[in-house]
Design a protein around this ligand. Structure first.
Ligand SMILES: Cc1cc2nc3c(=O)[nH]c(=O)nc-3n(C[C@H](O)[C@H](O)[C@H](O)COP(=O)(O)OP(=O)(O)OC[C@H]3O[C@@H](n4cnc5c(N)ncnc54)[C@H](O)[C@@H]3O)c2cc1C
Length: 489
């Protein structure tokens, strides 16, 4: 990697790619570097909800909730293939929150932002279908409201694609190890995973390193800061399907936290999450037995089917990079974001992102560009609110591929939407899709992930470009890895 750019975006999670896309669309030259794969850290380990955050109302976070609620409709419009409405059912437990409090919260939730497509909230009788399915007999009253589900990792990939389509360079497996201010900008050192080093120039740096944002700022950029991050681990478990229906549950727990439960990848149910504050530096994490046990107990309080640790078919763990607002309880730390620009009229800026949610990434990117505007005076205004992400527009592809099995086509459309033609090209039947790698995964799609979506390993394909990892045997997963490595080298 060489050359000189307007922006060097460091970090390929949702906030990095969101900023890269927005900036490239405003005409800036952008280089984004990511140490590993896109979305390999927090942005593929979320609860995958585009949500206002009902719970944040209890902490009076009205700004964050209103912004998040409004973003649901925006993201539904821009990426309907990977974002979908979901109805959430909260079984009422009088001892945990009185009904008037839940109703007041849901009233605010319905009216804090304009709703165009999402249904409002209402009371439901859990003794009749469909919302009582799978629940223990004692639950009579419930409340149902709307939020959205998103394929978090694909949201990252699609933003990277959109940035690249507008001219941004996306360098995965490339770490920014150091950056120094020089006349008129920055000189940054980049190192690829195979050890090659290069230097690039940039007028501004955007530090979107998620859990590493503070250490990048203080160690690689040597910019002192008083801002701190709290790192809070959260885990999810996936179990065989617990109940019938496409709705989700929000379960109140006796520690005042809530746990989400929803149908996942057809045959499964996803349950999450936990809040464990970490004291050391960020490192790859795994769901602990205690977290799995906590999530099973939360579900067991409500569902007829009893869950045990042995029922878990997959789990994942992520680290929330939360802006340290002084709260001592990890569940109470704000989920809002803070942007900080260090620099002056004569000094090139480094803009750092602390905190944030998947839900608010697009607005965060707009605010990041507002913060950078003094250094880029002719910058055009915001544009991402109405422009579809790749695959989010209208396509006629479904009819073209009617010769493929219905289930397979549905899965491909869920991943690629209107861009399905880019993946399938002239293929008309399964025989045209190349080697069958297991479940609904064929060589033609994997080749697309390598060619257009920066996939370099089996893991990139199995757990981030798709969730086929859940549906393949261990041997099939190895074969996918082998296939990808052969194609890449
Ligand atoms: C358990 C859990 C549940 C969540 N649920 C939700 C939810 O349902 N809805 C929601 O809206 N939000 C949710 N979130 C929050 C959301 O996932 C995060 O706020 C968001 O993913 C953070 O994105 P990011 O881009 O800031 O960080 P990351 O995704 O962590 O990206 C930072 C990237 O920077 C890279 N990097 C670090 N240092 C360097 C360097 N020196 N050079 C190059 N690259 C570097 C890392 O490899 C990493 O990929 C959840 C989070 C967790 C952990």
């Amino acid at each position: 990697m060489t050359g000189s750019y307007d922006l060097l975006v460091v970090g390929g999670g949702i906030n990095g790619v969101g900023i890269a896309r927005d900036a490239a669309g405003r005409g800036l030259s952008v280089l984004l570097c990511e140490s590993n794969d896109l979305a390999s850290a927090t942005s593929s380990a979320s609860s995958k909800l585009v949500h206002g955050g009902l719970r944040y109302l209890e902490r009076y976070e009205f700004r964050l909730v209103a912004e998040s609620l409004a973003e649901r409709e925006v993201l539904l419009r821009c990426a309907p293939h990977i974002v979908r409405p979901m109805r959430f059912v909260m079984p009422h437990v009088r001892e945990l929150r009185p009904a008037w409090m839940v109703r007041a919260g849901l009233f605010l939730y319905d009216y804090l932002a304009r709703r165009q497509t999402l249904q409002g909230s209402r009371r439901v009788d859990l003794r009749v279908a469909p919302y009582g399915a799978g629940l223990k007999a004692g639950f009579k009253l419930g409340f149902v409201y709307s939020d959205c589900w998103v394929d978090d990792a694909r949201l990252v990939i699609l933003n990277a694609r959109a940035a690249s389509d507008r001219g941004a360079q996306i360098a995965t497996r490339t770490t920014c190890t150091a950056a120094t201010r020089v006349a008129g900008g920055w000189r940054a050192t980049l190192r690829t995973t195979d050890g090659r080093e290069s230097e690039v120039g940039a007028r501004a740096i955007v530090n979107v390193c998620g859990p590493w944002a503070r250490s990048f700022l203080t160690q690689a950029v040597r910019q002192p800061t008083t801002f701190n991050l709290k790192l809070v681990q959260g885990s999810h478990i996936v179990v065989p399907r617990l109940y019938e229906g496409e709705h989700a549950f929000i379960l109140q727990n006796d520690d005042r936290r809530v746990v989400f439960v929803y149908p996942y990848e057809g045959r499964f149910t996803l349950i999450g999450t936990t809040d464990i504050e970490l004291s050391g530096p960020p490192a790859p994490c795994q769901a602990s037995v205690a977290e799995i046990d906590y999530l099973c107990r939360a579900a067991n309080r409500y569902f007829v089917r009893h869950l045990e640790v042995g029922d878990v078919v997959w789990s994942y763990c992520g680290i929330r990079p939360l802006f340290d607002d002084g709260s001592s309880n990890p569940s109470d730390i704000t989920r809002d974001y803070v942007l900080r620009a260090d620099g002056s009229a004569s000094e090139a800026p480094v803009l750092s992102v602390f905190g944030g949610k998947i839900t608010t990434y697009r607005r965060l990117a707009e605010r990041a560009l507002e913060k950078l505007a003094p250094w880029f005076p002719a910058l055009p205004g915001p544009w991402t609110g109405t422009v579809p992400l790749p695959g989010g527009g209208v396509g006629d592809s479904e009819a073209r591929y009617a010769g493929l099995p219905r289930e397979l086509l549905a899965d491909l459309l869920r991943r690629h939407g209107a861009s399905i033609g880019e993946v399938l090209g002239d293929a008309r039947s399964v025989a045209d899709l190349g080697v069958h790698l297991g479940a609904d995964l064929y060589a033609r799609e994997v080749d697309h992930f390598i060619r257009r979506e920066w996939a370099r390993t089996g893991e990139d394909v199995l757990w981030r470009r798709t969730k086929c990892g859940l549906h393949l045997t261990a041997l099939e997963r190895q074969q996918v890895d082998h296939y990808v490595r052969q194609r890449v080298h």
